[in-house]
Design a protein around this ligand. Structure first.
Ligand SMILES: Cc1cc2nc3c(=O)[nH]c(=O)nc-3n(C[C@H](O)[C@H](O)[C@H](O)COP(=O)(O)O)c2cc1C
Ligand SMILES: O=C(O)C(=O)c1ccccc1
Length: 370
């Protein structure tokens, strides 16, 4: 396995960044239109994409003063796995569009930063290789395929590769319309494949007549019949904890708990149902419904340490970065993702201290004015 080292200029530019927005600018500048539109797009008009970020801004903090904040602890655990800070990496397809080291770079960065990486079913790197790079800090995201036998094989490979949880994505029986991708016929470049689900030969035969190549390919593979009743089947296929990713209501959170699953609050980064509620706005009713019976995570629009604190205050055990990690990967491979994680870690620590809290256990709704 090769590792592509960043140039000196890249390293310097990365080292000078002071926030995630600057890394995003560096990352965007290194991507071609095909990849950039795929990463950046939301569905349709982008209402939910924007609301994910904007709604954090509507929540105000109520910091307390004259607290001894000489020692700050931002560590936590997710399903028993210790994290240095409450931030992981959300699953996203095709890291090879951002950097030649692809998912290996992301996994190494997550491991080095004491975080956790969630590997997409549609990675460009086989699960087993990513498992090695992640050093045990790995969750696996599952798209359930119409081919149940193949789904079982993928789950077994994820287990054998050291994944500690199965993140079952439930918000994408069909893909939302990312119109920029459709307009410009997004396509996976020929040197990239999706080795967990298909051979390069199978990918080469993908229909391109209507919509984007990606949409057709995805929609032919994924199971659209799966319901709550089928979760018992999934439960039988694995001993790993199951997390349902894409929950946005108290009703579905209650069902998730009844089915023995943990909950990942998400609208897929605004890429699925446009005008769906933002992730942070959905969190309070979900936390109330769950009432401590399962772990809750959230993704969507996280770019600042204060975003992380707000999600924790509303009941999330940890949050996950989608595009943030991809911008870092494009900006500088492993180093870029690490920079993203470390900047955010430092922001969380400072925000916690300035809020008058010593650890995440002290962060509750009294920190917020909604
Ligand atoms: C380019 C891209 C690809 C994605 N691919 C997947 C995927 O394969 N599986 C999945 O469950 N979610 C996927 N997602 C959704 C992310 O896991 C996550 O929910 C979302 O990006 C979080 O929002 P953020 O980008 O604002 O952090 C993808 C998101 C992006 C931006
Ligand atoms: O782009 C996505 O959001 C996504 O989830 C996906 C994953 C694999 C193939 C196509 C789309």
């Amino acid at each position: 396995m090769t590792t592509i080292l960043p140039t000196q200029e890249q390293q310097q530019a990365l080292a000078q960044t002071v926030n995630l927005a600057e890394i995003e600018a560096l990352g965007r500048a290194r991507l071609d239109r095909n990849a950039l539109e795929y990463y950046a797009s939301g569905a349709n008009d982008g209402h939910t994409l924007h609301a994910n970020r904007e709604n954090f801004g509507h929540i105000r903090l109520r910091p307390r003063m004259l607290v001894d904040v000489s020692a700050i602890d931002i560590s936590t655990t997710v399903l028993g796995l210790p994290l240095d800070f409450p931030v992981g990496i959300a699953p996203s397809a095709f890291h090879g569009l951002a950097h030649p080291d692809a998912e290996l770079a992301t996994a190494r960065a997550a491991n080095a930063a004491g975080s956790v990486m969630t590997l997409s079913t549609f990675s460009n790197t086989p699960i087993a290789d990513v498992g090695q790079a992640a050093g045990g800090r790995l969750w696996f995201q599952l798209y359930l395929l119409a081919d149940r036998e193949l789904s079982r094989e993928i789950i077994a490979r994820a287990e054998a590769s050291g994944a500690r949880a199965l993140v079952f994505t439930v918000d994408a029986p069909y893909l939302g319309r990312r119109e920029a991708n459709e307009r410009h016929r997004f396509a996976l470049p020929p040197h990239l494949s999706a080795p967990n689900v298909a051979t390069p030969q199978e990918l080469a035969g993908v229909e391109t007549d209507t919509g984007s190549q990606l949409t057709n390919y995805f929609q032919n593979l994924v199971d659209k019949t799966f319901t709550w009743n089928d979760l018992a089947w999934l439960r039988q296929q694995t001993t790993l904890p199951i997390i349902l990713k894409g929950i946005l209501t108290a009703e579905d959170a209650e069902l998730a708990v009844q089915h023995g699953c943990h909950i990942w609050v998400s609208n897929h980064g605004g890429r699925q149902l446009d005008t769906a509620i933002s992730a942070i706005a959905a969190l309070p009713e979900i936390a109330d419904a769950v009432a401590g019976r399962a772990e809750i995570y959230l993704d969507g629009g996280i770019t600042r340490g204060t975003d992380v604190l707000k999600a924790v205050a509303l009941g999330a055990r940890a949050v996950f970065l989608g595009r943030g990690a991809l911008w870092g990967l494009a900006a500088g491979g492993e180093d870029g993702v690490r920079r993203v994680l470390e900047l955010l870690r430092d922001e969380v620590r400072l925000a916690l201290a300035l809020s008058g809290k010593q650890n995440l256990g002290q962060v509750g709704r009294d920190l917020l004015k909604m």
